[in-house]
Design a protein around this ligand. Sequence first.
Ligand SMILES: [Zn+2]
Length: 90
Amino acid sequence: MKKKKYNYGECEICNTPIEERHIKQDLWIKGKLVVIEGVPAGVCPRCGEKIVKADVGLRIAKLIEDSDRISKAPKISVPTIKFSAKKAAA
Ligand SMILES: [Zn+2]
């Protein structure tokens, strides 16, 4: 028997049917950027709107409570640039 897929319905913004994908969810926790990989979510193929189910949201909340797990997780570096009010030189 095929597992029934969760129906995310249509995008609230552009009414496109939402597709299920596994995404990377980035969160700021106590001033640190934490990325959770493989989060099942509904993604609008047209405008990129993301929908995370309530139970997935709860799982994420549990994961980020685990500070030990976060401190032991592999680190990635991300580009950090400063916002400048000046226009970039053309
Ligand atoms: Zn959309």
